[in-house]
Design a protein around this ligand. Structure first.
Ligand SMILES: Cc1cc2nc3c(=O)[nH]c(=O)nc-3n(C[C@H](O)[C@H](O)[C@H](O)COP(=O)(O)OP(=O)(O)OC[C@H]3O[C@@H](n4cnc5c(N)ncnc54)[C@H](O)[C@@H]3O)c2cc1C
Length: 599
């Protein structure tokens, strides 16, 4: 049977208190009250909720799935009740704006809490996650009147939100959006079909607030002609009560590989003449507005990767402790598979990469807090540049690794991993979507290379590499030989990546395909390097005489850094070789696929 989820509180506390550390967040205006007691209480209570309420309906929700009947989606057993408990406990409003009923807590604290929800029940958590995206879009771009109508209900969780971007011909390329919006008095009439809409229809809330991208008549072609609209499922009366049903229906829900408990809907707008929609912000600026919230949504999906990887690790670790098979050299009798070196290798790959991904996701969240709250404008801007740089890495690296980690989880189970009952397969199936939605890995890699590196002439990339190099030097100068080794390998990786960066910055004008061929290897190398950096930093912290952590935590964390240094970090050098061979790689791809491209 699937293993219950237990929040990795020791690691979460370590990152929040030591690596970020929380004392820096407490210096930010508005966060002075976020003290150790508050953080400890919130993490403790969240871990209980994740374990007792969300985790038990994860596997059953997957097996049962959602049902569409008479245009209404029924979520799996227990979901409605869990959602009620979730909003009554105030979990949904943790980081939301206090002006509209939120608790205004920092992203540095909301992030570990959100990780717990995603780990405990990724399909459930997609509903609050999409609502958070809608809240952000409305908070940043809607009128005061629209904010007063929608934000309190979304922040309390009474209503849910969705993001309606994708259409059959407009996936990664949203310039092709063709849903229409016709001006009609104080509102617009929306007609068109959106596909793959997460929680587009469900029975968890009394109303659903759809944020919809659509095109006005005579709007400019492409991305500059897309506007953003609020289209509520039920119209809202002047006194805030629910009015008549709007002209928007769920046409069908998808049968898909994973996240079965999360309804993925085809939404039909305007079959009876036009769904009533309200413009958000200015006409034709919808995509730009969407991007302000998409960046945080991308960090949230990266965190999903961390979360599902953690869950897969816990499942595999428990199985490895129980399953007895074969003999182990120099040990007598038959032992659990945990004792086999190869199983240990797989478990440590799962564990250390998850720790590295978690550290990076939390550091990015701390960057969001600094970018939003620091009193010094220059620090706000430099923090935002760092967050912007890390966002595609957190999104794509953590999710690509999550799939590999969940796959290792299946492997640790042997044949039982391939059988649904253990729950290991669900994590692999669930993880698979994370590299696709909120911008595929290809889109993230292009973003990192094009917008974050080339457009910036490599300034932020070099700044980050220099910081990592400083950490490598600190490790190399340490008296501890393990730390020296970690520092030495980290230094090799920074030198290699700096070389790749130079090549890309020189070659991109004349050889665009050759540089783009290296976009994903580049993103992956940055992910691996950042993971190595943060584990090295962690090893330095736990090695310091002043560190007083829980029993065994320090030696395990140091072991994580050493293992990662030997097993994962060396990949950077190989990836850099691939990047710098971009011209040859691009030619080989063209030649190799010539029969497809020139039939
Ligand atoms: C379960 C699920 C839930 C979803 N939830 C939502 C939701 O709530 N709201 C919503 O609006 N959408 C949602 N989506 C849609 C999702 O965001 C899109 O599937 C995604 O953006 C990719 O678009 P596509 O499927 O059309 O793939 P395509 O864009 O056709 O991409 C196919 C392949 O081509 C590559 N590719 C395309 N363009 C480029 C490029 N410029 N450079 C490099 N590679 C490229 C991609 O990386 C990918 O590998 C969801 C999808 C799924 C499956």
């Amino acid at each position: 049977m699937p293993v219950d989820y237990r929040a990795p509180l020791a690691d979460m506390h370590f990152i929040v208190h030591q690596l970020i550390p929380l004392s820096r967040i407490q210096t930010l205006p508005g966060y002075e009250e976020v003290d150790d007691d508050l953080v400890n209480t919130i993490l403790e209570e969240a871990s209980k909720f994740a374990n007792q309420v969300l985790s038990p309906i994860n596997w059953t929700g997957d097996q049962e799935g959602c049902i569409l009947e008479h245009a209404v989606v029924k979520t799996p057993s227990g979901f409605k009740d869990a959602y009620q408990q979730y909003i009554e406990a105030g979990w949904i409003s943790l980081a939301a704006n206090p002006n509209f009923g939120g608790q205004g807590l920092p992203a540095s604290l909301a992030t570990p809490v959100n990780e717990m929800w995603h780990s405990a029940n990724m399909a459930f958590m997609l509903c609050p996650m999409l609502t958070a995206g809608a809240i952000e879009a409305i908070e940043h771009h809607a009128t005061a009147n629209q904010q007063s109508i929608y934000l309190p209900k979304l922040i309390s969780g009474e209503w849910a939100g969705t993001m309606n971007l994708t259409e059959p011909a407009a996936g990664s390329d949203l310039s092709a959006v063709s849903t229409k919006a016709i001006p009609n008095g104080d509102h617009y009439l929306i007609t068109g079909t959106k596909i793959f809409i997460t929680y587009g229809e469900h029975d968890l809330t009394e109303n659903i607030v759809h944020l919809v991208l659509a095109r006005l008549p005579n709007a400019p072609a492409g991305v500059k002609g897309i506007s953003l609209f609020i289209v509520p499922k039920f119209l809202v009366n002047a006194d805030g009560s629910l009015g008549p049903r709007n002209d928007v229906q769920c046409a069908s829900i998808e049968h898909k590989l994973g996240i079965h408990a999360s309804p993925t809907a085809v939404m039909s707008f305007g079959e009876a003449g036009g769904a009533i929609g309200y413009l958000v912000g200015e006409e034709n600026r919808g995509l730009e507005y969407m991007f302000t919230m998409m960046n945080n949504a991308r960090l949230a999906v990266g965190l999903e990767g961390v979360a599902v990887a953690e869950r897969a690790y816990q499942q595999a670790a428990e199985y490895a402790k129980e399953r007895v098979q074969g003999k182990v050299p120099q040990k007598s009798g038959k032992l659990p598979i945990l004792h086999h070196a190869d199983v240990q290798r797989m478990l440590m790959l799962m564990k250390t990469q998850t720790e590295a991904m978690r550290a990076l996701a939390y550091i990015a969240a701390a960057g969001v807090d600094f970018a939003q709250k620091h009193p010094d404008e220059a620090i706000r801007q430099s923090s935002q540049r760092r967050v912007d740089f890390l966002t595609p890495i957190v999104k794509a690296w953590s999710t690509e690794q999550a799939i590999e980690i969940a796959s290792l989880g299946v492997q640790v189970h042997g044949g039982m991993g391939y059988i649904e009952e253990t729950g290991a397969a669900q994590h692999l199936r669930d993880a698979r979507i994370t590299t696709i939605y909120e911008g595929t890995t290809g889109i993230q890699a292009g973003d990192l290379l094009g917008r974050k590196i080339i457009r910036d002439d490599g300034v932020e990339a070099r700044k980050l590499i220099a910081e990592i190099e400083a950490e490598a030097q600190a490790c190399q100068n340490h008296t501890d030989p393990d730390l020296q080794l970690i520092g030495h390998e980290l230094h090799k990786a920074t030198q290699a990546l700096a070389k790749a960066l130079n090549w890309l910055l020189t070659a991109h004008n004349d050889q665009p395909q050759a540089t783009l061929a290296g976009a994903y290897p580049l993103l992956r190398s940055f992910g691996i390097l950042c993971g190595g950096w943060l584990l090295a930093k962690s090893a330095l912290i736990v090695n310091s005489p002043s560190y007083s952590g829980q029993n065994g935590f320090a030696s395990q964390k140091k072991a994580s850094a050493i293992f990662y240094t030997h097993e994962v970090l060396p990949h950077v050098v190989g990836l850099v070789q691939t990047i710098c061979a971009g011209a040859d790689v691009a030619k080989a791809m063209n030649d190799g696929l010539a029969d497809l491209m020139n039939p």
